[in-house]
Write a protein that binds this ligand. Structure first.
Ligand code: ZN
Ligand code: ZN
Length: 353
């Protein structure tokens, strides 16, 4: 027996997402079966659905910002019971034995984590060889990879916390951002808007660094203290050597040099958006100020739960636009154009209509 599931899949790199029926596995002893309520649309979903990173196999079901309620659990599950509000992010399994997994940093699993979609199921015996994501009405996931969602958070607006949220929270925590520090968030999109909210809640002075003057007012509403226009050469010059930390969410390759010069001595810029080559990097800003550039990938399961609890405490969610699943292809086109504030979330109840 398997679990009959309804979702939306794409069947080729140029195809649109359309209704698709498939099977999920029955719960193993440590599995949780989740009725999906909401799923966010991450830019990675689009890159993957269109095979822009070259690893996609079809049929393909995206979605790794999943919120739902526990339907039933396997016999050995201890953390969850039917009715609990839960989340699933970018990972559904990892090797669990390597140094990174032992440190709760499953996203850096040395044997390769199992992605929520397009991943290779490690155990086998499942209805499909590749994992299918959250644009669907149900999912079966090992309890270790399931997260508790604080009751006070809006369930739909919490969905993008599972990817956009943890991607920005993790580096801010790792580099100990807090009061007395000046933090720049570069780029105001799905990631950037969460970076502003988190850095503000952590007590830092937050500067939105953007190419778009019209984004300034929005950034201030989200918690930015100042706005720096990266297209204004004079303002960029005046801001040199003044930042303790930069969170760079620009989603494409770009010239990192002007940003590196904004850092104080020993400052760090962390790249979380550009999974493609940056333009040639100049060594001078690194050498002259002992500055660093680093990268960061989502977060492990313990830190993702910590982030969700932090959001519950400070009442932080994402700014979203809720859509019916039949409008998902249009939402993809709008996301690519940057025409969303700041994340689309699919209401999975619309799968039935
Ligand atoms: Zn994502
Ligand atoms: Zn591992």
């Amino acid at each position: 027996m398997t679990i009959r599931t309804q979702g939306y899949a794409t069947h080729s790199a140029t195809g649109e997402l359309s209704p698709f029926s498939f099977e999920r596995r029955d719960p193993r002893p440590s599995d949780v079966v989740i009725d999906i309520l909401y799923c966010g649309i991450c830019h990675s979903d689009i890159h993957s659905a269109r095979n822009e990173w070259g690893w996609t196999t079809y049929p393909f079901i995206p979605g790794h910002e999943i919120i739902g309620r526990v339907k039933n659990v396997g016999g050995k599950v201890t953390k969850f019971k039917a009715g609990d509000l839960v989340g699933v992010g970018c990972l559904v399994d990892s090797c669990r034995t390597c140094a990174s997994c032992k440190d709760g940093l499953e996203q850096y699993c040395e044997n390769g984590f199992t992605g929520t979609y397009g991943g290779e199921d490690r155990i086998g015996g499942t209805p499909h060889p590749k994992t299918f994501g959250g644009y669907s009405d149900k999912i079966t996931v090992d309890e270790r990879f399931v997260l508790s969602i604080p009751q006070n958070l809006d369930a739909a607006a919490a969905a993008p916390l599972l990817c956009a949220g943890i991607t920005t929270y993790s580096p801010l925590k790792h580099w100990n951002i807090g009061p007395g520090q000046k933090v720049g968030i570069i780029g105001l999109g799905g990631l950037g808007h969460m970076g502003v909210k988190f850095a503000h809640a952590m007590g830092a002075k937050v500067v939105m660094i953007t190419t778009s003057p019209e984004k300034g007012e929005d950034a201030r509403k989200l918690g930015a203290d100042e706005v720096l226009l990266s297209t204004n050469a004079q303002a960029m010059e005046a801001a040199q050597s003044s930042f303790d930390f930069l969170l760079n969410t620009i989603p494409v390759g770009h010239d990192a040099d002007p940003y590196m010069k904004l850092l104080k001595r020993d400052g760090t810029m962390v790249v979380v958006g550009a999974v493609e080559p940056l333009k040639q990097v100049n060594g001078i800003p690194f050498i002259m100020g002992r500055r660093s550039m680093a990268g960061s990938l989502i977060g492990g399961l313990p830190e993702t739960q910590e982030m969700l609890d932090f959001c519950g405490k400070y009442n932080i969610v994402c700014d979203i636009e809720k859509i019916a699943i039949r409008d998902v292809n249009q939402a993809y086109d709008r996301t690519v154009k940057g025409d969303v504030k700041y994340r689309f979330v699919i209401d999975m109840a619309t799968l039935k209509s």
